[in-house]
Ligand binder design. Sequence first.
Ligand code: ADP
Ligand code: TRP
Length: 343
Amino acid sequence: MSKEVILTGLRSNNELHLGNYLGAILPMVEMQKKHAGKYQLNMFIPDLHSFTTPIDHTKLYEQTLKNLKVFVAAGLDTQQPDTYIYRQSYISAHSELTWILDCFSYFGELSRMTEFKNKSSNSENVSVGLFNYPVLMASDILLYGAKWVPVGEDQRQHVEFTRDLGMRANNKFPGLFIVPENNAKQTEFAGRSEAVRIRSLRNPDKKMSKSVEDPTGTITLSDTPVDAAKKVMAATTDSLESINYDWEKQPGVTNLLQILALLSNKPQDEVNSQWQGKSSYNELKSAVADVVRDFLTDLQAKLAQVDSRALTEKLESDEVAMSKVASETLLRVQQAVGLRSAA
Ligand code: ADP
Ligand code: TRP
């Protein structure tokens, strides 16, 4: 039997940040270690997703290669059998399946996507690509029959959408797709008690994001360790003067506790009980600044050592291998919908 697939993608619209690392890259690296050899691992760059919001297109190509290097620096072992890295736009089946799935997706359900509502709320010209991107994401997942999709909390709704769409298609065309597991199972598989959501250090009601115009709230993976530590020390908290893990009442402090637990690889409960009720926010910030500084120093040292040539070779050969897999799924879909003669 073929192995179950774990799959995730990170857009290359900008530098990766701490939220991307803790929400998607680290879980993927941990899963690779934990399940060595038992699963197929697809870690790809959805480069077509990268300009659903406006970007500087002169930087996109290099940013994609740079982000792939970050995967390796973060510990992804690209030499492990059944681990694949690729760029979405190099595998045309992603775009082709998207059109077909568009015709089975509903305007209403896409209009309700929180990310769409957030990203479109303050811009005048909202692209059709932004509206449609969950369908492209569904294609990314369904083409490889991925059951496990480690993503941050913000992307969970899109995984649910993928599941709905896949099951809808399966109702019409029995057995067409392997659909991803539900969100509760995804969290359990990732070995966490809840989905990861790192907030902006400046505005802890919002997620830390590449697309936000607020650089002081986002720690990018290429910030100098000193600058990153400064951002932590300047993080917005509250005036309650008591540390508690509570997203509703104390999102700034809770965000710091979450970063501390994840970067120091300790259970959240343990970290919470260590800090619970203490009054010095400065002490907490210093502890977080220390782990962030150490993390970035280590990551950036590893990044400098990544062998770009070997990475490009692996990338290109994986793109050939994954094109084959994706084309097989696409053909089955084309046959099911009547575009190709039935097998
Ligand atoms: P961004 O929103 O910063 O542009 P992407 O949309 O490319 O980032 O997200 C790539 C991955 O990183 C997704 O799995 C997403 O859920 C995760 N991610 C992004 N921001 C955060 C965050 N603030 N906290 C946790 N995970 C995040
Ligand atoms: N849409 C995701 C994001 O913006 C990135 C992404 C695209 C993705 N395709 C995917 C994540 C497939 C997981 C699986 O973050």
